[in-house]
Design a binder for this molecule. Structure first.
Ligand code: 76R
Length: 248
């Protein structure tokens, strides 16, 4: 029986994707809109403070295309805290003008494929930091869920550990070419959501997102074993950008 790889798990993660009901928003009074904007900015300020104190992290981006208008990505030490934030946002004034079009529940994950015999990666401060990351505020985000295939001869979960390690090594070599251009956060979601992992990529240049995803399609681990969900791509929204984003 193939052996499962051990994972190291960090902060819990919620991706919350919303569409704005622009016609209802337009019909709201200026006062109502101003209050909703102020409340959202206060929430963002609160999340920034939590981030400063290293008790969690957040991302806020507008999204392209028809599937959603914005994404909030939140990291917290417990799922309970994530639930409280989700509830607080749902009770906010802006939320009344939004519908949730997608969400994803997972936990920041690093696997031990690359760990050497006798080494404890948790002793490495770099590893510990990656489990509780500060999400970069780079210009672009790309988020998608994915699975490893389990079909006929292409069954990732039937491969021996050594083979999987080799394929992951090849994958990591492709990934490292994008150092400084792409920052990736892999979260695991087995038992938490519909797919097995979520991939969140941050980039200064949006084209680097297309380049890495394309190049990785040729890594055997993606070519043969990767199955992908919907892709979401978008642009950074700062707290100061909120009024212009919601101006109508
Ligand atoms: O964590 C590490 O840096 C060690 C090497 C590594 C692992 C174990 C690594 C490196 N990844 C790992 C695990 Mn990855 N990654 C993806 C995608 O679109 C696609 O084809 C795949 C989506 C991207 C773009 C990406 C980027 N990675 C994983 C896993 C868990 C698999 C498992 O456990 O079976 C998934 C699902 C996944 C998917 N990966 C890197 C990157 C990048 C940029 C790196 C290099 C990071 C660096 O060294 O700085």
């Amino acid at each position: 029986m193939p052996e499962a790889v051990e994972t190291m798990d960090g902060w819990y993660c919620l991706h919350d994707l919303r569409k704005i009901d622009w016609s209802a928003w337009r019909k709201a009074s200026q006062e109502e809109r101003d209050e909703a904007i102020k409340e959202l900015q206060d929430l963002l300020t609160k999340w920034e403070e939590v981030e400063e104190n290293r008790e969690g992290s957040y991302s806020f981006y507008s999204l392209m295309g028809h599937r959603a208008d914005f994404i909030i990505m939140l990291l917290r030490p417990t799922m309970k805290e994530l639930g409280e934030i989700e509830l607080a946002f749902n009770k906010s004034k802006l939320a009344a003008f939004t519908t949730s079009t997608y969400s994803y529940v997972s936990v920041v994950e690093l696997s031990k494929y690359m760990t050497k015999e006798g080494e404890d990666p948790m002793e490495n401060p770099g590893v510990r930091a990656r489990l509780k990351p500060r999400l970069p505020k780079w210009e672009h985000i790309c988020f998608y869920p994915m699975d490893k295939r389990r079909e006929g001869n292409d069954n990732w979960y039937m491969l021996p550990m050594d083979e999987r390690r080799e394929l992951m090594y090849e994958h990591s070599k492709t990934g490292r070419k994008y150092a400084g251009k792409i920052k990736q956060i892999i979260t695991g979601s087995m038992g938490f959501d519909d797919w097995e992992w979520s991939v969140t990529l941050f980039a200064h240049d949006v084209l680097e997102i297309k380049k890495i995803v394309y190049e990785m399609r040729f890594d055997v681990v993606s070519a043969r074993y990767g199955e992908f969900g919907p892709f979401y791509v978008g642009n950074l929204l700062t707290t100061e950008d909120v009024p212009a984003f919601l101006e109508i």
